[in-house]
Design a binder for this molecule. Structure first.
Ligand SMILES: Cc1ncc(COP(=O)(O)O)c(C=O)c1O
Length: 364
């Protein structure tokens, strides 16, 4: 495929740093790059407590475990997200409550939850889907009113902002993924940032088999091995050094798509751009109004362009059906009509023009 949805670009210090790991014989999880990567991440996110993990899913599990909830306590989660978000809740013995997304964008809308919060509901796990920031003010008010912890799943939204603040800096803890197709990658990898030192320390201990920080091989709690390796952190550090450049490229790409697809305004829609919001578009996406989504996917494929439908609603899939509490009209709308387009930073303006012209020809 000439234009896949995602392709990784390694043009910085990635190889140099990985070679240093081999040279110094630090390839496992206690080498110097781990701390350097966590520190640089902390700086960007103005957080004192950043914890690297083996992937974005283990980051979510540790974030949830750090809240010290009771088995079967409930966690609100959007019905439209990648399955890792809900799997992490179930895998730590909590119960998900599926919430519909909004009509005007594809992020969680707490208005649709009327009377669904009960005594067992303890947290809300939100997702900034495809890079689009959630309406944080509204979510934080809802969480405060209902005494809920807030976790932000920023796997798809590194660098996105709302009200001039990075998403991930609002919640009690926030998680990130550095999977190969993500805006910033370490191959596999994740990060959590915490507001609270106690929660950070608990997650840190859990990440390393529950081992005491002071007495090696003395285990204080039953833990996991969710550590990142120094090799991954070396790649991550090199990627973080290009943070501003990568964000600039992502924003450029979304602007080019919007310009070149303008003439299709009766046939497609873009997710809204609210004031004071910066969407870094992990995947640039369009909403197709005229039921031509499958035709478009197949036709683009013949032209060597990958287009990917939105995630399926969780409530539609067998493992999660039992958590459905209502009709999910808005999530179903986006499942049916949403389409993601190639979004990697090496796309140049000529590539995007070609992709947009092809879409325009096919839809006209
Ligand atoms: C919204 C969301 N949450 C969590 C994850 C899990 O991250 P990982 O694949 O690194 O485990 C992903 C992506 O893969 C994701 O898109």
């Amino acid at each position: 495929m000439k234009y896949p949805i995602y392709k990784t670009s390694f043009r910085g210090n990635e190889q140099k740093y990985v070679n240093q790991c081999f040279k110094n014989n630090w390839i496992s999880s206690s080498g110097p790059f781990i701390k350097k990567f966590e520190n640089k991440f902390s700086k960007i996110y103005s957080s004192k407590f950043a914890l690297s993990t083996s992937n974005g899913t283990t980051a979510l599990e540790l974030a949830l475990m750090s809240l010290n909830l009771k088995p079967n306590d409930k966690v609100i989660v959007p019905n439209l997200t990648f399955a890792a978000t809900i799997n992490s809740i179930i895998n730590v013995n909590l119960e998900p409550v599926l919430c519909d997304v909004g009509k005007d964008d594809y992020n969680i809308d707490t208005d649709t939850l009327s009377n669904k919060v009960d005594k067992k509901t303890k947290a809300i796990l939100i997702v900034h889907l495809y890079g689009k920031p959630c309406k944080m003010e509204k979510i934080l008010n809802f969480a405060k009113k209902n005494k809920l912890y807030t976790i932000e799943d920023c796997a798809e939204a590194i660098g996105s902002k709302t009200n001039n603040k990075l998403v991930g800096t609002y919640g009690d803890c926030s998680t990130f993924s550095f999977f190969g197709n993500k805006t910033l990658t370490t191959g596999e990898g994740g990060m959590i940032i915490f507001k609270n030192k106690k929660k950070y320390n608990l997650a840190k201990k859990l990440r390393d088999h529950g081992m005491s920080f002071k007495k090696k091989y003395w285990h204080e709690i039953v833990g996991k091995n969710y550590r990142m390796t120094d090799l991954q952190a070396a790649v991550g550090l090199a990627q973080l050094e290009k943070f501003k450049y990568i964000m600039r490229k992502k924003i450029e790409i979304s602007k080019l798509y919007k310009t070149h697809l303008k003439s299709l305004k009766n046939k497609i829609e873009f997710v809204n751009d609210n004031e004071n919001e910066l969407n870094t578009f992990w995947l640039f996406n369009i909403i197709i109004k005229n039921r031509k989504k499958n035709y478009l996917i197949q036709s683009l494929k013949k032209k060597d362009i990958e287009a990917r439908p939105f995630f399926y609603c969780l409530s539609s899939m067998p493992p999660y059906k039992k958590y459905a509490i209502k009709e999910y009209k808005n999530s179903k709308f986006y499942e049916k009509n949403g389409l993601c387009l190639p979004s990697y930073i090496d796309l140049n303006s000529k590539d995007i023009k070609f992709i947009c012209n092809t879409i325009t020809e096919l839809l006209n």
